[in-house]
Design a protein around this ligand. Structure first.
Ligand SMILES: Nc1ncnc2c1ncn2[C@@H]1O[C@H](COP(=O)(O)OP(=O)(O)O)[C@@H](O)[C@H]1O
Ligand SMILES: [Mg+2]
Length: 316
């Protein structure tokens, strides 16, 4: 294995609110290799976006470390941080809210080039033309404004902007969740193509397992601030080991009958508990059809059960 591009080591991020302490990210370790796409799934509220924001240093971790290309981001000097910020870019869910409505697409794409002082005006113009082409948009789109574009076109602009500084890693947070199904497939295929052409790595966050299955090489499943299972994509779908993973899968349709037989449905019971006061023992136990007394008191640790496949469950 080569050195990871991004390594998150035992990251913790809690938020103190009037109602109490939200354990948004509670001791999470993950790594992404160059060129690899790690999918991150879990119900809304389980801490996925907070983890992405930790990776971007938009919020600092309370403990743990974030390493990008081997540098500890928390203690990085300004030059390292600037390079890190350029080499890791976010693509958000709602392209319209992420784009300034008063700026033309040209200005929106020019912004990161100006901030990072990339090239003179002619070089920037050439780069913007190239970016539009890479994401499958016509050159005239540069003259338009965000509200004049369709949702799919806007998300392509969001991706072009993320690519402007030639990143090594894209953090895609529900990047296709707001799009219509047909447009979603087109944007996912664009991301797959860009990944192959540019050798990009990605953290691909989605509450939708079908989407993650389409793009990820490896998948981490989060529940209430913790990773409960992590595996190569195919291994996860062939043999999901955590009852939560199986429950998430049960909620998505299966096309392959052999696969449907291999993992009988295990429906998810109840609602996501309040993250302010997570259940003792295994956080999933109140919703788990397989829970035994031990699960109520003893938190299972994430441990390897096969090559690259880890699960946090007393009864995997
Ligand atoms: N700035 C914040 N202040 C207080 N609570 C927050 C903040 N950001 C996120 N949270 C809480 O942390 C938990 C995880 O949120 P989030 O990371 O957005 O989850 P996800 O992206 O998986 O839906 C939620 O309970 C959310 O309400
Ligand atoms: Mg989120």
């Amino acid at each position: 294995m080569t050195a990871p591009l991004l390594e998150i080591r035992r990251a913790v991020r809690h938020f103190d609110t009037p109602a109490g302490r939200v354990r948004a990210v509670d001791d999470v370790s993950l790594s992404i290799q160059p060129g690899e796409t790690l999918g991150l799934v879990g119900e809304s509220g389980c801490g996925k976006s907070t983890l992405a924001r930790l990776a971007m240093k938009l919020v600092p971790p309370q403990s743990g470390a974030i390493l990008f290309e081997g540098d500890d981001v928390a203690t990085a000097n300004r030059a390292t941080l600037a390079r890190y910020r350029a080499r890791m870019q976010m693509v958000f869910q709602d392209p319209l809210s992420a784009l300034n409505p008063r700026e033309s697409i040209f200005r929106i794409l020019e912004q990161p080039l100006l901030v990072h002082r990339r090239g003179d005006r002619a070089a920037r113009q050439a780069r913007i033309a190239q970016l539009l082409q890479q994401v499958g948009l016509r050159p005239e789109v540069a003259l338009r404004y965000p509200h004049e574009l369709s949702g799919g076109q806007r998300q392509r602009v969001g991706i072009a902007r993320a690519l402007a500084l030639e990143p090594r890693l894209l953090l895609c947070d529900e990047a296709v969740s707001a799009l219509d199904v047909s447009v979603r497939a087109q944007v996912l295929n664009l991301l797959l193509r860009l990944r192959a052409e540019l050798g990009l790595a990605a953290l691909f966050i989605s509450h939708d397992l079908a989407v993650v299955r389409h793009v990820a090489d490896r998948v981490a499943v989060m529940y209430l601030g913790q990773v409960v299972e992590e595996a190569p994509r195919d291994a996860l779908w062939q043999q999901p080991r955590h009852p939560y993973t199986r429950a998430l899968m049960a909620a998505t349709p299966v096309a392959d009958p052999a696969e449907a037989r291999a993992r009988p449905p295990l429906p998810l019971q109840g609602e996501l508990p309040d993250p302010i006061d997570p259940p003792a023992g295994c956080r999933f136990h109140p919703r788990c059809p397989m829970a035994e007394p031990r699960c109520r008191v003893e938190a299972p640790v994430l441990r390897a059960i096969a090559a690259g496949h880890a699960v946090a469950c007393h009864r995997p």
